[in-house]
Write a protein that binds this ligand. Structure first.
Ligand code: FAD
Length: 391
């Protein structure tokens, strides 16, 4: 089967699906290929925080990272209200804000920074009665700030983005994509062989980009992987927590978001420095470390009935000279092949705009698409019983 399309996107995570929604909305005949489930890569492991840059500003000055993301909360909120560039009205915002707390007083440098004019616009110091329930406990010491950073249920975001374009989202067999100069060969999961002729090929396959680039005969760009060892915990939890805990350093000591498993149990999902440093620990050591952190930071939360799980997951990004996180999204165009990584879930809108700009010279077509099999949506790791086993 031969089909002519304007753009082929490879990868159904946040980057691919946001871009598909934008391109189709602009009238491009774009299709998306996914060889697993939608969201099966990094997106379902994401904590879903739409950063506004405060976390990156904790060095005491505004950094390139903090500036790049500052507009993201308002862009996502507009989409959620049905007034943005994509329609996220059906997506679930699981918290209207993220919080920042310290167990003791913040270092003077950081306190001064919070008092600065630029940060007053982004953060609000909370009085005790305004604190989230978990921090209203009589044993809580320290300060807590509200950040204007919504937290989203990531799979519901993917569903909202995909729903209007399901006919153009194709389930393909693993390793079946063969990119050529202006076409690619691919096999769908129901065994149809297709030749897709495209004006633009957009590689948004996260970690999968590197082998797609090789298959296309491209040496660059080069990808880097930054590993994390996330921890999840459930059992005996009654409060949801959405907060970064600041320690002595500039990275959050731990970042907690809260989710719900299929039985309705609250799950705390722990990242931050705990997950970065955890890559050098065994699963048992990482759980012991998480238990110590929580016992120290939220000592009134009982942990004796808790169940634990550890998730090893790599972040995939363009390679940075010193191996650090890139400041913003990355996209590059070589001939008619575009390679992109959003770097952060929050940055998907900026990345999608860049791809729309790259496609501005493409002549739009409106060929009928055949009936293709659609991929399923990925499950959250905390909804997979095996992830809790053995611990
Ligand atoms: C633990 C963790 C927590 C995070 N928390 C946050 C956060 O709170 N806020 C934030 O802004 N960012 C966060 N991030 C970063 C964010 O999740 C990622 O930047 C983002 O999800 C990347 O999306 P993506 O679409 O590029 O890639 P992915 O989500 O990895 O999607 C790539 C897709 O491509 C598919 N694919 C791969 N190879 C092929 C192929 N050959 N053919 C077809 N399909 C293919 C995969 O199956 C997958 O569905 C977090 C990341 C991690 C790991």
């Amino acid at each position: 089967m031969k089909v002519d399309v304007d753009a082929v996107i490879v990868g159904g995570g946040i980057a691919g699906l946001w871009t598909l929604a934008r391109l189709r909305d602009q009238g491009f005949n774009a299709v998306l290929l996914e060889d697993d489930a939608l969201g099966a890569g990094q997106t379902r492991y994401s904590q879903g925080i739409i950063h506004g840059g405060t976390k990156y500003a904790l060095t005491g000055k505004l950094t390139a990272s903090s500036e790049a993301v500052s507009a993201m909360p308002s862009i996502w909120r507009a989409c959620h209200a049905g007034k943005g560039e994509v329609d996220l009205r059906k997506a679930v915002m699981i918290s209207d804000a993220h919080y920042l707390w310290s167990t003791t007083s913040l270092t003077s440098k950081i306190t001064g920074f919070f008092a600065s004019r630029v940060m007053r616009a982004r953060t609000t110091a909370l009085k005790p009665q305004q604190r989230p329930a978990i921090f209203q406990h009589r044993d809580f010491r320290g300060s807590i700030y509200r950040l204007d950073e919504p937290v989203f249920d990531c799979i519901s975001v993917l569903q909202a983005l995909a729903e209007p374009s399901m006919r153009s989202i194709v389930a393909v067999r693993k390793d079946s994509i063969r990119p050529q100069v202006s076409s690619l060969l691919v096999e769908t999961t129901d065994g149809q062989g297709c030749e897709l002729n495209f004006s633009k090929l957009v590689l948004m396959a996260g970690q999968g980009n590197q082998s797609l680039l090789s298959a296309a005969g491209l040496q660059k760009p080069v990808m880097q992987l930054r590993p994390l060892k996330m921890v999840m915990m459930r059992g005996g939890l009654v409060n949801k927590v959405f907060a970064h805990c600041m320690g002595a350093g500039i990275n959050p000591r731990v970042t907690i978001t809260s989710h719900t498993d299929d039985d309705g149990n609250i799950v705390w999902y722990l990242g931050g420095q705990l997950a970065e440093d955890g890559v050098n620990r065994t699963d048992e050591e990482q759980i012991a470390r998480a238990q110590r952190e929580l016992a120290e930071l939220i000592p009134w939360q009982k942990l004796d009935t808790a169940q634990w799980g550890v998730l090893d997951i790599d972040r995939a990004e363009v390679r940075h000279a010193d191996g650090h996180r890139p400041d913003t999204f990355y996209a590059t165009q070589q001939g008619n092949i575009i390679t992109a990584w959003p770097t952060k879930l929050a940055l998907a809108p900026l990345l999608a705009q860049q791809i729309v700009d790259y496609c501005s010279t493409v002549e739009k077509t409106d060929n009928e698409l055949p009936a293709w099999p659609a991929p399923p949506f990925a499950k959250y790791p905390w909804c997979e019983p095996a992830r809790w086993n053995g611990v």
